[in-house]
Each structure stands twice: as C-alpha cells, then as structure tokens.
Write a protein that binds this ligand. Structure first.
Ligand SMILES: C[S@@+](CC[C@H](N)C(=O)[O-])C[C@H]1O[C@@H](n2cnc3c(N)ncnc32)[C@H](O)[C@@H]1O
Ligand code: SF4
Length: 339
C-alpha cells in the first residue's frame, strides 16, 4: 500500500514538482552530461527565474547545541539568536507575493533549539504558501517524538540529517557535544513513525560530511543507512570560504556558479547573502528589514555578482575567490546563457 502511494505521489504534479525542486543538482549533472538537454533546461529556467529566487533559505535561528569540528559557526561574529517572528512574516509575505515556492530551513544554527518557536514559523509559512516545498536540515539531537510527529503532520518534504560517523567514537569526535545513540535513534524513529502511519513525507536523507576523522567509515555509513533512509549521501566537506581547513585540497577559483542565479540565503538578523557558504555574512546583499526580497534580488550588487560569474570573473569577488566547491567551467556556463 505504501509503495503504491509512493508511486502515485511520484507521478502526481506535486510529487513531480517537489522531485524537480529537490533535484537542482541533477539538472546540473544532466546539463553537463547532455549539453543539448542541459541547454534547453537552463534557458527555460533562467527565463522563468530571473526576477525572483527559486529557493529561499531561512536561518530561523543561529543558535546551536553542537560544536562540529568542520563547521565555522563557533567563530561567528554575527548575533546568535532566533529570527524575529515579525521579520519572518515579512519575508514569507514577500515570498508569497513573488511566487517563491521552495524553502530551506537551514543556516548556521539548529532549528530544534528554538523549541518554542519552530512550529510557529512553519505554521505561518504553510498558512501563506500551502504548496511550499520545505526542506529542513537538523542535527537530529533534539528531534524527539514530538518534533518528529510534527514534521509528519506538516508533510515536510525533506529532512536532511548529517550523521558524520558510523561509530559512536568517530561521530562524537566530529559532532562534538552530541550523543550518537540519540541522533541515530531520533532519525530512525522519524522514519518508523512515518511508515507506521502510512505516510510518505517527510523523506529522510541521511548524509555524511566526509573528512579526515571519518573517511575510513564512509562505506560503513552507506551500508548502515542505505536500506533505512530514503536517501543517503557521503560528500566531502568544503572549507566554507576558506574558514576551516579542508580535508582534500582542490581549490577552484573563478568558476561561475548557479547559486546567485537561483538561491537567496537570509540569516536570522535579516541579512541576505548570495551564497550559503557565507556563514559570517561577509558579502551582504541587503537586509530584509528595510528592503523587499524583490529589491534585494534585483539590486545592482546582485546584478554585478551575476555579471562577473557569467563573464568567468567570479574570483574578483572576495567571497567567491575563497570558494572551493567544484563548479562547471565558464565556457559551459556562458554557452548556456548565450548559445
Ligand atoms: C551548518 S548546518 C545547520 C543545520 C544543522 N545544525 C545541521 O547540522 O544539520 C547545515 C549543513 O551544513 C553541513 N556542514 C557543516 N559544516 C560543513 C562543511 N565544512 N562542509 C560541508 N558541509 C558542512 C552540516 O552537516 C549540515 O548538513
Ligand atoms: S553543523 Fe549544524 S550542528 Fe554542527 S555546529 Fe554547525 S550548525 Fe551546529
């Protein structure tokens, strides 16, 4: 019965749209592997998305209960706090007017530390944009039964939990201050509760940020989660704009990037940044307290960032010059804009 529901969901328009929404990476992959299809997809996407973000990431809180060794947030100079609810409402009202449908509740904090508030935020978002696609990142340490049931009741699309070790020792070395058993049990409980209730959402992705301390366990991690979670991933860590020491050195400077064309990240103090890696808000694009999302997305600063990326001159931007994500090269990117 559950698998039938899964199939129906997959081919329903909501399921298909949600699937597409979550799969930007796949588009980029196909675009690279199949240039003709890729070209068409990008042209269409850019036509439709130019005046508004495709995805808005909201940091509901910058407070966290962990001290992960690969996360730069413990050096954060910006205020560590829960986003003001009126500010959140303003952002959501703006997004509703613009037709933004895809949200990541992410940033550099842990959503479930905002114990009294997370539901208020999500309830408001869904009341204004009932068909919003919502993706939540959590360390799962505080995702007890109450929180898990809430995520199921609210039909959250994806819950992404990174569990950076297959053993207690390794996990607790990487995710300092967290308890391995709690995180594993909380994640499994969410999946089991959902299945027991015959529900298909949230999909649960269990990932691993691969680094020196846990590289020897990535296969074990895959084996541990491949039949339990809906998705599993094992990805190398990034340096978050050269803020933490990267495990595998692979510095790529000056490549264009799709993020300034699709994503807007808004931190808990209202500052909007052009990249999810900009954890300390080094390159502010504006603040939603005094500008609308549309104004920020279309302001001269943002336009200049996109221009530099299209021209293959991203390294002229201080943030982008420190980026070490693998990006498709300038020729490819330009061809999809101009060809
Ligand atoms: C900053 S955390 C905030 C959400 C939540 N506290 C959590 O840990 O999932 C967002 C995501 O960044 C990932 N992350 C942290 N440091 C990273 C790094 N250096 N490279 C790649 N991903 C990283 C986390 O594993 C998590 O999936
Ligand atoms: S990765 Fe997440 S849980 Fe770990 S310190 Fe950063 S914000 Fe906190």
């Amino acid at each position: 019965m559950n698998s039938l529901k899964n199939i129906v969901y997959k081919f329903s328009s909501a399921g298909f749209r949600r699937h597409l929404g979550v799969s930007m990476g796949k588009f980029q992959f196909y675009a690279l592997k199949a240039p003709v299809v890729g070209k068409m997809i990008w042209r269409e996407k850019i036509k439709r998305l130019s005046d508004k973000p495709h995805h808005v990431s909201l940091e509901l809180t910058s407070v966290c209960n962990a001290k992960c060794i690969m996360c730069p947030r413990h050096n954060m100079e910006r205020e560590m706090k829960v986003m003001d609810f009126n500010l959140f409402k303003k952002i959501i009202d703006d997004c509703a007017e613009l037709g933004v449908k895809r949200f990541g509740l992410n940033g550099y904090g842990e959503i479930f530390t905002a114990k009294k508030y997370y539901a208020q935020f999500i309830d408001y978002l869904q009341s204004k944009i009932p068909d919003a696609v919502i993706i939540i990142n959590t360390n799962a340490s505080l995702m007890w039964e109450e929180q898990a049931q809430y995520l199921i009741d609210k039909k959250i699309d994806t819950v992404h939990v990174d569990i950076d070790g297959a053993t207690k020792k390794t996990f607790e070395t990487v995710r300092e201050k967290l308890n391995f058993e709690d995180v594993v049990n909380n994640t499994k409980r969410l999946i089991e509760l959902r299945k027991a209730q015959g529900k298909i959402l949230p999909k649960v992705r269990v990932g691993m940020i691969v680094q020196k301390e846990n590289d020897h366990e990535y296969k074990q991690h895959y084996e541990m989660w491949k039949d339990v979670a809906d998705y599993t991933s094992q990805d190398y860590m990034v340096s978050r704009l050269s803020s933490v020491v990267k495990y595998k050195e692979e510095k790529i400077v000056g490549h264009p990037c799709s993020l300034p064309f699709f994503d807007l990240n808004i931190w808990s103090d209202g500052n909007a940044v052009m990249c999810c890696d900009d954890w300390n808000a080094e390159e502010k694009m504006g603040n939603v307290m005094n500008s609308s999302i549309k104004e920020i997305w279309n302001n001269d600063k943002f336009k200049n960032v996109r221009k530099l990326h299209q021209e293959g001159r991203a390294a002229e931007l201080s943030t982008c010059s420190k980026c070490d994500w693998s990006r498709p090269g300038p020729g490819w990117f330009q061809a999809h804009f101009e060809g």
